[in-house]
Design a protein. Structure first.
Length: 276
């Protein structure tokens, strides 16, 4: 039960959507450092090529390959699935990370924000997984299941809107859908788990994490006192996708520094303080 035996991904192939930036890139790096061949897909093909080149220049046991992929439309999903199976006959790991958000205050939140966000964050995730199921199932074995990792958000766990109403609702849907998929795919030796990240440095959160001062302010509101780091995502992926995580399905990993258990003050704190 050495760390290498539990978390090595040598010989495995992974697809990470939205893998050129943010949490997707953190995950792709962690998978590659554990030995996997990682397919990185996003709408911006040039960015995927550049990130794959940068990752391949690292001293890592795995490798990376970039190509264009869009989960925002049915045709895009079909092309992404086809591009994946043209590049590999096996798929051990699928990370559904691609996502978008939309911010506007209550009273001014547009109707268009719902369809666009739900199409990418929920429908895109489901239909890409469905399209790649034959390859995932063919790759899976009882001792080494194929792994699907969905990216939700702590905003899908806690009552956090922050003006991103369709995003929060979409991520709650992702977490619930993860459990449904886990139940239905277990018999095919495919595990389905999810991450529920809190604040990490990414393009999506650049408005709040762009510089160290802003990150410190955001981190001060996190119970563990900081924003997320690359290794937090990499560690979760190596665990979920390695031998050590093969008996886990339907789980939501709250990678949020404790935000998911935050609440108001203790109900009887004032009374107890007064009586003492």
């Amino acid at each position: 039960m050495t760390p290498n035996a539990l978390f090595s991904l040598e010989g495995k192939t992974a697809l990470v959507t939205g893998g050129a930036t943010g949490i997707g890139r953190m995950a792709a790096t962690g998978l590659m450092m554990a030995g996997a061949h990682v397919l990185i897909a996003s709408r911006k093909e040039d960015a995927c090529f550049a990130v794959a080149e940068q990752l391949n220049a690292m001293d890592a046991p795995g490798s990376a390959e970039g190509f264009a992929g869009d989960v925002g439309t049915e045709d895009g999903i079909e092309a992404l699935a086809k591009g994946t199976t043209e590049r590999t006959d096996t798929l051990h790991i699928l990370m559904n990370n691609a996502g978008i958000t939309w911010g506007a205050p209550m009273g001014a939140f547009p109707h268009a924000a719902w369809e666009k966000v739900m199409n990418v964050n929920v429908a895109g995730l489901f239909h890409l997984t469905q399209s790649l199921l034959p390859t995932l199932i063919a790759t899976a074995t009882p001792d080494d299941p194929a792994r699907v990792v969905n990216v939700g958000s702590v905003m899908g766990e806690a009552a956090l809107g922050d003006g991103a109403y369709s995003y929060s609702a979409s991520k709650a849907a992702v977490l619930h859908l993860t459990k449904i998929m886990a139940k239905e795919l277990a018999g095919h030796h495919v595990t389905v788990n999810a991450l529920a990240p809190g604040p990490f440095v990414s393009k999506m959160t650049a408005f709040a994490t762009a510089d160290e001062g802003m990150r410190d302010k955001v981190g001060a509101d996190v119970p563990l006192g900081r924003v997320g780091r690359d290794e937090d995502i990499a560690g979760c992926m190596q665990f979920l996708c390695g031998k050590g995580g093969s008996f886990l399905t339907g789980a939501i990993l709250p990678v949020s520094g404790g935000i998911q258990v935050m609440s108001g003050p203790n109900l009887f704190r004032s009374a107890l303080e007064q009586s003492s």
